[in-house]
Design a protein around this ligand. Sequence first.
Ligand SMILES: [Zn+2]
Length: 278
Amino acid sequence: MTNLNITQDFIPQGRRNRPGQPNPMLWITIHETGNTSRGANARAHASYLGGNDAAAIPIAWHYTTDDRETIQHLPENETAFHAGDGANGIGNAQSIGIEMCINSDGNFSQTIDRTVALVADICRRRNIPIENIVPHNRWNGANCPRNIRAGNPINWNAFIGRVRAILGAGTPSQNTYKVVRGDTMTGIAQRFGVTLNALSAANPQITNIDRINVGQAINIPTGVATPRKTVEEVAQEIWRGQGDWGNDPQRKQRLIDYGGLEFRNAVQRRLNEIAAGR
Ligand SMILES: [Zn+2]
């Protein structure tokens, strides 16, 4: 199997293209750099992202892959501007962005091999369902990743098929649930042990989560539906100094890693209530 060969070369904190917002990591967005110049490899893109031009736009993404290595530019749990769907767009605010190099002195097939291995690794670590690996095109209509969209040398379905082959039987997948009278998205999320963010992300057809209809099919992202502690259980653990939640600011990140931003916010609200004697 292809060696991931990841080097971390993070954009410094405080740069305009490192906003530092928490990323719930619900999607993976696949790009191509669009740069066929000789030498336009992962190293070249790392130095571009660290420079003033990229900061001025601002633009950044999480990983660049080429035929020899992968460079990570940002922590996965921070957002980046790469999807062209606005600061609060799902692509920018909720996905991990990967740029594949297409430099003419590189071997694009080997770049694809390394990207497939990276995507499978992220899916496994972050419990991202395979349905949530998407082309940049999904977010703003851009013709990206251009070569893969044109089937050169493999098309999108083949790319996803290769990720699925690595993940095998452990592939997170989605089930559906039919809405019954009295259901809310929040209630459904709680029942299946997923965050409201994850449930919303799995159902892009629902534009207003306050409007669901009896009989409507809701996708349940079972990949993230591992048994979870409730907000109340976690708040009580923290209040009693149990568990491995740490102190601020690491606790904030641990809670986001565990259940997403909404979960973290709910735990914080509950902690405030407990502290106030309620
Ligand atoms: Zn793109």
